[in-house]
Design a protein around this ligand. Structure first.
Ligand SMILES: [Cu+2]
Length: 337
């Protein structure tokens, strides 16, 4: 039972996962939690390395405890290591296979196509979906059994956004790397999940996101695809960017509340923790946002750039506070004022 609950709550912290491992010696469940906790945007290779090293560490902890339980204590370190290594080999394959299976079954809300190529400025667009992964968690057993009634999706505006270059803060503008970012989102009309859709735009009319709500909503236990297109993104040929990753703010709303009413039962917040009203500190999905990575594929890197740099663009707290809203006929519906 404990295992099932742990699996359902894929946003548990790694420390919670480790604590559970220590008490139950249930390596597989814990491995899965660690697996889904890391954001995909860091790149698959780095991701896999992290997972494998976490796996080995966790297995070692629990094997060591098993070793202690079996009272091999007095035989010294050598027999302990032999015992642990033998166990590692027999457990490793099973765990990796399980982790891959469960990752696909218990993902957070993400974009269906999280990595795209650059696209020609005036003609291109990339078709995509927000994949709403699960509903909200009821308070009785923590399972995700509460239906989703709406979703709000916001891209960084590129004006007051938080930009990093290879992880270091960048004091310049997004235009140092991407020259045509203004109005990235086009809604694709679709009433299959929610019956109403509308743009979220800035005061100049730039379309920075959208919300979708209404109708019967998304039944818990089902997945929802919310289709949209992004405009062509072109990386400045003179820049050293080999990729630009846009971090989104997404809210899957299960019950309309004000921000004081945010809980795992009322909303799932997939936002970067930038100090906005939508950080969701301590809630499921904390600081685990969806991302759209645009790889440089048109102009080659200038030679002086060497290997090039990875740029990450997050929306500012001010932008999220301004834009993460559902407004219908001039009236703010979510969050409640
Ligand atoms: Cu989740």
């Amino acid at each position: 039972m404990r295992q099932i609950v742990a699996l359902e709550q894929c946003g548990d912290t790694k420390q919670q996962a480790l604590d559970a491992a220590k008490s139950t010696m249930d390596q597989i469940v814990i491995t899965l939690i660690v697996f889904v906790e890391f954001p995909m945007a860091r790149g698959m290779r780095q991701f896999a390395t992290l997972i494998i090293s976490s796996l080995i560490r966790i297995i070692k902890i629990s094997n060591y405890r098993e070793y202690e339980n079996k009272a091999f204590y007095n035989e010294g370190d050598r027999s302990m290591n032999q015992f642990i290594n033998k166990k590692l080999i027999t457990q490793g394959l099973l765990i990796v296979v399980s982790a891959v299976l469960v990752h696909s079954a218990f993902a957070h809300t993400r974009l269906k196509v999280p990595v795209i190529d650059e696209n020609a400025a005036f003609h291109g667009s990339n078709y995509n979906d927000v994949v709403v992964a699960h509903g909200c968690q009821n308070e009785a057993d923590g399972n995700s059994t509460i239906d989703t009634i709406g979703t709000v999706v916001v891209f960084p505006d590129g004006k007051d956004s938080i930009i990093t270059v290879d992880g270091a803060p960048h004091n310049g503008q997004l235009t140092d790397f991407v020259t045509n970012w203004a109005s990235p989102v086009t809604i694709i009309q679709d009433r299959s999940v929610f019956t109403q859709q509308s743009y979220i735009a800035d005061s100049l009319g730039n379309k920075l996101g959208f919300w979708a709500a209404g109708g019967n909503g998304l039944k818990a236990g089902y997945r929802g695809l919310l289709p949209f297109a992004t405009a062509g993104v072109v990386i400045d040929p003179a820049s050293c960017a080999k990729s630009v990753t846009f971090v989104l703010g997404i809210a899957d709303v299960c019950e309309v509340t004000d921000s004081n009413g945010f809980s795992n039962a009322t909303v799932q917040l997939w936002t970067p923790a930038v100090g906005s009203n939508f950080d969701g500190t301590g809630l499921h999905g904390f600081d685990s946002p969806a991302t759209l990575k645009v790889n440089r594929t048109i102009a080659p890197l200038p030679e002086s750039c060497g290997a090039g740099v990875d740029v990450v663009v997050k929306p500012s707290a001010q932008q999220l506070n301004r834009d993460m809203k559902v407004i219908i006929d001039g009236q703010q519906i979510w969050p409640k004022n």
